[in-house]
Design a protein around this ligand. Structure first.
Ligand code: KIV
Ligand code: ZN
Length: 512
């Protein structure tokens, strides 16, 4: 039997640090349920000292997870650790994750501390965290650019103070696989008490090497990998869960460890993350990109027909990728819908089911067959998006080759109905101008993308927008068989997210 590799998922913390990826508490909770179903060992749910919103989300997730450890991030200060513990203490397996920077450049310019002071803060923070729980992780931020012998001293002190996991972050994505693997071996060989802790790695993808560095570290003895779904995260992102897990699954002779991940849940989880954050997965992304299992070249297709193993190193079913299932139509009843949603992992209350059923009927009227993807959107948009400041009540757009495009819009704003009309260069422009007028929105539209959710001309169109206002960036997403309606929904969703960001400011001054 091979050794166990613990999967520490930080989609909800480092992943949420992707520009514009902020999620509300309902969305975070839904994702946490899915991560538990996927089989991750630890969910890093957030940084409670950063904002009230973060605190609440971490606390709800800790309350609801049945088997998964829930970690909360904290600097080494008592105030941060108190807040982290307050957020997770009621969970089944709470973990405090405390960190401080150890590279000369971070210590001098960011912390204004010398090496002795950093060791002192490490001991203080870990000891204090340990007074609450015996599940304490310590991270040496910017470890890959730290002096190796100093790093070993810091880890030795952290373990002595009670850390049960020590994490080696490549914070700025600077490491090269061979070098990073060597660093892990060095730490294991030169830290006298390392046997009392699990060695963890946390890589960023600035050079596109996050997965390679993580795999090299596992081969060198690391036994926890910190990852995110779809590799989302600060700047170029973090190591992607699906790439590490499928590398282990596909090349067990080279990477002899096992994980608890149920690989057939990888694709649905990837889809959910993309839907909730509004961050589209690039088509050629390994494992979960739309083209990852598509064979275009004639020679490849011919080989595939004769034997799939000619060009396919993994089976699409292994990651839960099946042909989009044709499931329900407009004659399907409430009971069939409930049971199908249950199979998809959505156990809805009667009230939620009523809401989804109503929207399902509307879609089924416009579109012959309702697919799993359509249902996912209905549930995500209808149930998870609570506390909306702006709601679309009515939209009518006139456009064509001989008329000047005009939109009439009715919105509900904090329960009050407002309506108006406006012109634009095209139907979407006229709808956006009118919505902006009614909401008083001052945001700038940075990006606008449209894609089809399923095949066919009756597919639901999915629109993603990126908005900026006073330095805040929010993504918005909307779907509908009518592309203009989908565009309006995406814009309104983005405006709601901006409102959420305005009322949930990030307080932490220390950049991670
Ligand atoms: O990248 C990093 O160093 C981090 C730490 C807080 C673990 O995210
Ligand atoms: Zn990070």
């Amino acid at each position: 039997m091979t050794e166990r590799l613990y999967i520490f998922d930080t989609t909800l913390r480092d992943g949420e640090q992707s520009p514009g990826a902020s999620m509300n508490t309902g969305e975070k909770l839904r994702l946490a349920y899915q991560l538990e179903k996927l089989g991750v060992d630890v969910i890093e749910a957030g940084f409670p000292a950063a904002s009230v919103g973060d605190f609440e989300a971490v606390s709800r997730i800790a309350e609801k997870m049945k088997t998964t450890q829930v970690a909360a991030l904290a600097r080494t200060s008592k105030a941060d650790i108190d807040r982290a513990w307050e957020a997770i203490s009621h969970g089944v397996k709470p973990r405090i994750h405390t960190f401080i920077a150890t590279s000369d450049i971070h210590m001098e310019y960011k912390l204004g501390m010398n090496r002795e002071q950093v060791i002192e803060k490490t001991i203080e923070g870990v000891r204090y965290a340990r007074s609450f729980t015996d599940n304490v992780e310590f991270s040496a931020e910017d470890a890959s650019r730290s002096d190796r012998d100093f790093l070993c001293k810091v880890f030795e002190a952290a373990i002595e103070a009670g850390a049960t996991t020590v994490n080696v972050p490549d914070t700025v994505g600077y490491a090269i696989p061979e070098e990073f693997g060597e660093l892990i071996k060095y730490i294991i060989a030169r830290t006298p008490n390392i046997g009392k802790a699990v060695v963890s790695v946390h890589c960023h993808n600035d050079l596109g090497l996050a997965t390679a560095n993580t795999v090299a570290a596992i081969c060198a003895g690391a036994r926890q990998a910190e990852v995110t779904i779809n590799g989302i995260g600060e700047r170029a992102g973090n190591t992607s869960l699906e790439e590490v897990v499928m590398s282990i699954h596909t090349r067990p002779n080279f990477i002899p460890v096992n994980t608890n991940i149920k690989t057939e849940n990888i694709h649905p989880t990837s889809r959910l993350v993309s839907m909730i954050t509004g961050i589209i997965v690039q088509p050629n992304k390994a494992i979960v990109g739309a083209n990852a299992f598509a064979h275009e070249a004639g020679i490849h297709q011919d080989g595939m027909l004769k034997n799939p193993m000619t060009y396919e190193i993994m089976k699409p079913e292994t990651i839960g990728l099946s042909q989009s299932k044709l499931i329900l139509g407009k004659h399907s009843g409430r009971h069939a819908l409930r049971s199908h949603l249950k199979d998809m992992g959505y156990d809805l209350s009667d009230e939620e089911l009523n809401q989804v059923f109503k929207r399902f009927k509307e879609i089924a009227d416009k579109k012959k067959h309702v697919m799993d993807e359509d249902l996912e959107v209905i549930v995500t948009e209808g149930i998870l998006r609570t506390a909306e400041t702006f709601k679309l009540d009515y939209l009518n757009v006139v456009s064509g080759t001989t008329v000047y495009p005009m939109a009439s819009v009715r919105l509900e704003i904090n329960g009050r109905i407002v309506q108006g009309a406006g012109y634009g260069n095209g139907p979407i422009d006229s709808a956006y101008n009118t919505i902006a007028k009614l909401t008083g929105a001052r945001s700038e539209l940075l990006r606008f993308t449209v894609s089809a959710l399923t095949g066919g001309t009756d597919a639901q169109g999915e629109v993603t927008v990126r908005l900026r206002e006073n330095g805040l960036i929010a993504l918005g997403r909307g779907s509908d068989p009518d592309i203009i309606t989908a565009s309006a929904k995406a814009y309104i969703n983005g405006l709601n997210r901006l409102e959420y960001l305005k009322t949930n400011p990030v307080n932490a001054s220390d950049g991670l």
